[in-house]
Design a binder for this molecule. Structure first.
Ligand code: OGA
Ligand code: MN
Length: 196
């Protein structure tokens, strides 16, 4: 586990983004995938807003995925995932003195043709989001399925396929990114480590 955490942190320090394929056990990825699909069938996922509070609004020209915030109380898979996040936060605070004291994570489902245009994750009005972490729930994803995460660290373009079990980590105020249109249902958990 610590090797996976180190890969995320080292990548962020050295190249502005970290990748790890071993943060989540394959069985947990599968359970989270099933839970997301169950929540979707129950009608629990809703269009995401853009911005926060007063600036909150939907703009389907910017993003058109549907989301649901994770809760430990929902089921064992979400509880296990969020406990793993807490372990990562403890590691990050201990080794990097980051002072993270809050987090929020949501499922996201992009259906065929859905996208999220280029953006940064930190709201202008609220600097609480320090780090972004996205975990993918799509075993066997291939290039022709679209839906790549495009990362734009300084002067670079890095495509990342949303393969099941892969985690991506970057600073919320630093790295612009976008989700290219998906050609197949694209399942993920995206979230933020915060200091509030
Ligand atoms: C986000 C986001 C990226 C992804 O939800 O803010 O940029 O790959 N997600 O799903
Ligand atoms: Mn984002």
């Amino acid at each position: 586990m610590e090797a996976a955490f180190e890969a995320l942190i080292d990548g962020l320090v050295e190249q502005q983004y970290g990748l790890s394929a071993t943060c989540l056990q394959p069985a947990l990825v599968q359970d989270l995938r099933m839970q997301l699909l169950t929540h979707f069938e129950q009608g629990d996922l809703m269009p995401a807003g853009i911005g926060n509070q007063g600036a909150f609004g939907r703009n389907l020209n910017i993003r058109n995925d549907v989301i649901l915030w994770l809760e430990k109380e929902h089921n064992a898979a979400e509880k296990a995932f969020l406990e793993q996040i807490e372990t990562f936060i403890e590691y990050l605070n201990r080794t990097c003195f980051t002072g993270i004291n809050a987090y929020e994570f949501h499922y996201a489902l992009y259906q065929k043709g859905h996208f999220y245009k280029r953006h940064k994750d930190q709201f202008d009005s609220d600097q609480g989001r320090l780090f972004s972490l996205v975990c993918y729930l799509n075993p066997g994803w291939t290039v022709d399925m679209g839906g790549a995460l495009m990362l734009y660290p300084d002067q670079e373009t890095i495509p990342v396929l949303p393969e099941g079990g892969l985690a991506v980590f970057f600073r919320s105020d630093e790295v612009e990114h976008e989700v290219q249109p998906a050609n197949a249902p694209r399942l993920s958990i995206a979230g933020w480590l915060k200091r509030v």
